[in-house]
Write a protein that binds this ligand. Structure first.
Ligand SMILES: [Fe+2]
Ligand SMILES: [Fe+2]
Length: 129
């Protein structure tokens, strides 16, 4: 079973943010499980739900940054946009081929989450408390 394992490295040190990040990881793992147990069925809806949840999480962080005139707003937002683009590509290719491998999803999101959580997010939440 392909899963994205939560690692203590992902923690930004703020319980409410870690909780939201863990929810995203849980949803990714649900999608992986669905991809592996029922590969022939479209996962369009689940991927759409993931996209909506990640977008909402990013929008909240970006609002917090704007409210505090956070100095790395631009870079942090650009990083968010990059992930949303990657996720859109995964969704498009899923539409075209009807297939997405759980490994591909975990690789794309896991690498990104692993780095983004412990760099930009950790800095943001350390900065703003
Ligand atoms: Fe972020
Ligand atoms: Fe985040």
């Amino acid at each position: 079973m392909t899963q994205l394992l939560w690692s203590d490295d992902f923690s930004v040190g703020v319980a409410s943010i870690d909780y939201e990040h863990k929810e995203l990881v849980t949803l990714i793992n649900e999608i992986c499980q669905a991809l592996e147990t029922n590969p022939g069925e479209s996962k369009h809806e689940l991927l759409g739900e993931l996209f909506a949840k990640i977008s909402a999480h990013f929008a909240l962080e970006e609002k917090i940054m704007r409210d505090h005139r956070y100095d790395r707003y631009k870079q942090h937002k650009a990083d968010h946009e990059k992930l949303l683009d990657d996720l859109r590509d995964i969704m498009d290719s899923h539409e075209d081929s009807g297939r997405t491998s759980a490994e591909k999803l975990v690789k794309a999101l896991g690498d990104w989450f692993g780095v983004h959580f412990k760099t930009e997010d950790a800095r943001l939440h350390r900065h703003l408390g």
